[in-house]
Design a protein around this ligand. Sequence first.
Ligand code: AQP
Length: 331
Amino acid sequence: MEKQIVFSGVQPSGNLTLGNYIGAIKNWIKLQDEYDCNFSVVNLHAITVPQVPANLRKNTLEVLAIYLAAGLDPEKSDIFIQSHVPEHLELSWILNSISYMGQLGRMTQYKEKSQKSEENLNAALFTYPVLMAADILIYGTDLVPVGEDQKQHLELARDLADRFNNKYSETFVVPEPLIQKEGARIMSLQDPTKKMSKSDENENGYILILDDRDTIIRKVKRAVTDSIGIVQYTDEQPGVKNLLNIYSVLTDRPVEEIVKDYEGKGYGDFKGDLAIVIADYLEPVRDRYEEIIKDKEYLESVYKTGAENARKKARKMLSKVQRKVGFIPMI
Ligand code: AQP
């Protein structure tokens, strides 16, 4: 039986957070044996907000090194940089022609990010979900492991696949989101009503995968809680709830069990222990990362092979789509 196909990616718009790790990358690792996996550093998406070119270059390789340090295996998965597979862009143009402005304008991320950059509102920020749909559909993807914040974009990819199939003929697989219940949305440590984001201006709001031990401990201790003073899992205490979610995912223990451990104890003990849990969890990833990032030749070989393999698959789908819309094949 043929393996089902998986695609996912993270933008190199900064250093990766614990949110990206728990919501996305951590779940990719376990899919590698069972599925035909494609994991991309989606640098084309990153320029929808202003980037310093030197930082983008650096972040792109860092994200790739984090993928590998976290356990993505180039022997099992195709791991590549999005701009090395230009077929994504060609497909995205075709999908733009069947995308409705109204639907794109309703995307929550567009609304949020456009408010932040009102003076520099660019067209790419508006059409980026269409490129994301192309990223997914070009591989005939069955499953897309993402955090909950990407659900709406995935719904668009599904709509576009359906619309294209109805207009031309059966071509695309309609992909399903794969969202883990636990840790699907890790919130900011400073404002637990907002998701943890790598582009947050307040660096105390997020924990980076590459933060050192002391920084992690400091950030967790400063995490916003409340004046209730009881460690319990309720919507009235969004800060504590978020910390409990992180604790539970990283230790693989149910929330109720952790809550029991802290009966009669204060936030100080709870946060102190959680800080150690996070620091211990990330330490081996950071150690492996330090080795990998130094080895430029290895990184280059991974992204070159990944892109070569990905291009072969992408070209096949793109040719099929081009024929269906009426483009004359060159050969
Ligand atoms: N806080 C989060 N909790 C759970 N999952 C999350 N993801 C992001 N934040 C959280 C998941 O990480 C993957 C990659 O996201 P992305 O970099 O492509 O874009 P994003 O969702 O916009 O992530 P950020 O960190 O918020 O980036 P910026 O600040 O640049 O916009 C996705 O699967 C996402 O669900």
